[in-house]
Design a protein around this ligand. Sequence first.
Ligand SMILES: C[S@@+](CC[C@H](N)C(=O)[O-])C[C@H]1O[C@@H](n2cnc3c(N)ncnc32)[C@H](O)[C@@H]1O
Length: 349
Amino acid sequence: MDKQLLKAAADKIFADMAGAMTVGLCYVGATTGLFTAMHDKGPMALQAVVDASGLQPRYVEEWLKGMACAGYLTYDPAAQTFSLPEEQAYLLASDGTDHYMGGLFSMATVLLKAAPRVAEAFRHGGGVPFSDFGPEGVVALDLVNRGQYEQRFASYWLRALPEVVGRLEAGGRALDVGCGAGRVCVALAQAFPQAQIFGLDPDGESIAQAQAAAQAVGAQVQFLAQTTGEVARGDGFDLITVCDCVHDFAAPVQTLQEIRRLLKPDGVLFIVEPKVADRLEDNRNPMATMFYGFSVFHCMTQSLANGGPGLGTCLGPARTGDLVREAGFSGFEHLDIKSQSFVFHAARP
Ligand SMILES: C[S@@+](CC[C@H](N)C(=O)[O-])C[C@H]1O[C@@H](n2cnc3c(N)ncnc32)[C@H](O)[C@@H]1O
């Protein structure tokens, strides 16, 4: 055995474990308001952070030290002060913006709670159904995607489909399939007040959170706790959006066929999926590593729990296109929209 490689392997295990513990510390920082309490304050002594956050001194002290070791805070040993750098604040003390990344830490804590059950599924099959992740699972998904859906969906992403924008401005009909906490629907309702907006999700908890989100801002959205096979087609939809869900479907081709039937003949399906490469060898990076974790502990397992194929978070653009074509769509195109974490496709019936 190569001793240097052995040391490197041990160092990597410690680094990954440090990363896992840092996730926990960041979860505390994001959910207790510690990041926000330190935002724009410059160097702070322990007591100043305690006063600003209203939290328990001994906990705050240990958190500050851990976060300084992790490189999230700068530490001045002479003054014994801690600062939250501007860049960290931009990403972590910015809840509700499209650049907020603190929601990822809530996602990690929700997903890893399922780890013992997922390990059991490795032995005996089955999986962990979506509903078993509870209300906090829906909240965590919302925290991760909300800012981008609110601030980019209607004003930027959808502009890649000008004909759809025109039809919604004139009062068309749009349906968000797998609407989760409802932010896409709310964004569409606010951007296109003449349009009829529907959100569909088979998960009752998601629909309840979506209804609350729409009510909070007075957005006119009809939410349906239904499947795509149950929803009334009416005159059909000009736009159907499927955000971060195709890879979750337990019957992907059937669901896409049902979506196709719901579209008007000249309607458009807009698909948002996690940004991964098609080939595993091109996915050896932190983003895909994170997505494979999301997959094992959530996306794949909840599909397998429902007897689905367990496509997983890293489905990739090529296989997404295959599914869409198999469902009978004639056109499938990649849309040139910039995003760190998503890719975008359009398909026509
Ligand atoms: C990862 S979440 C995404 C939620 C939301 N679209 C977002 O981007 O935040 C996947 C959603 O798809 C929903 N879902 C799963 N299978 C579905 C199906 N066959 N039809 C409609 N929605 C489905 C789940 O209930 C869940 O809300």
